[in-house]
Design a protein around this ligand. Sequence first.
Ligand SMILES: Cc1ncc(COP(=O)(O)O)c(C=O)c1O
Length: 455
Amino acid sequence: MAGFSIADLVSARGDKSLELWARTINPQFARVLKTIGFDRTWERAQGAYLWDKRGNRYLDLLGGFGMFNVGRNNPRVRAALVEALELDLPGSVQLGASPLPPLLAEELIRRTPPRLERVLFTSTGTEAVEAALKLGRAATGRPRVVFADHGFHGLTLGSLSANGNPEFAARFGPLLPGFSAVPFGDLAELERELAHEDVAVFLVEPVQGKGVNLPPAGFLEGAQQLCRRYGTLFCVDEVQTGFGRTGKLFAFEHWGLEPDLVPVAKSLSGGYVPVGALLMAKAVHERVFDSMENAFSHGSTFAPNELAMAAGLATLHELDEQRLIERSAELGLKLLELTRPLVERYDVVREVRGLGLMWAIEFGEPASRARAYRFVDRLQPGLFAQLVVVPLFADHRVLSQVAGHAIPVIKGLPPLVVTEDDLGWFAEALDATVARAQKLPRSVSRFALTAAGIR
Ligand SMILES: Cc1ncc(COP(=O)(O)O)c(C=O)c1O
């Protein structure tokens, strides 16, 4: 196309991205980036690394919130996308069957327990969850949904109604009626809810993303049994935990579960194209799509998207070919081995936990410097974690994130292509950063005031 070039646009305007974001997309987001010093101009990315404009290399422990399991700009997923574009495929005929969606559906079904036999594609994780809620209600003829405290399933209104973190939902009510929370791990409370026999869906993450909370022993297996006993559909949200993140293709495999509904998204398309899917039992599908008249009961214009399907097929192939799932399990153990000693070494470190390459470190009030810690925590609960995230980035070039609002937890979701050396880089950086932050020197307290919006 004469006169149009993405490269020219980026080279002419790329330096001003933050200002442009602030003016056209979200000024508060730009403020946050500046406050925590994350206001870099990013130039390129590959695998587990990002490079800024000055050529500095950063280790990506954040992984695009978990969408880059096969690594950023994975060359083989990219090649599949280029090939799909060059084929001039028919794309969404809408009233016609194109080849890629059922091929990806078949590959997904082939990798899951026999109970899961149908796939409904979406474009995001939250839409896959919405589909689970909506289809679950129709399939059971029941109105209610039970979810877990601290759960996170997306930010559209249905998913938000099942959000166990009040800060996300508070200003957006009224939410959908019939949604109730139970503590993550409390089977007795879950049974009290399900025993009413009016609950369509129990929606739960196998490992909770907000905080990286692992399920207590027996909880998920017990929850599945209770769901079967009381006629509730068991919905395991694998949007974040899926595609090798926890050292299995799906986290539910750790407990031998056979859910009725499984929303997936994020890494399915290698991070290139928006994608989501709801994997479901045939019985659920057949009760909703039960006649020609009801053949279009749920869907969306862009789903399934042809490029998302091509990327999805290539991503599953890549996970197998590069043994990324096994790698996640092995490197996850290595990461725990490297970082668990911090619990002994630093009073302020409460716990290091993880499953595969879903990892977290939790802080808590230390015996020494307790008053300084409390001061920081009163400014903003959980702020100590930010006091580690900021220098990890500024001084050690490791991109990480706090694991949720008001909790002193840092989380890691690195691309599964990270190396052992990368994990060493991170562990050393973390050690040095925690050592300094624990002393809560004046500079750290000054930053805490800025971050809390006080100065
Ligand atoms: C467990 C879980 N479910 C659902 C979602 C929502 O996915 P999306 O952001 O693609 O809408 C997320 C996003 O972080 C998630 O972690």
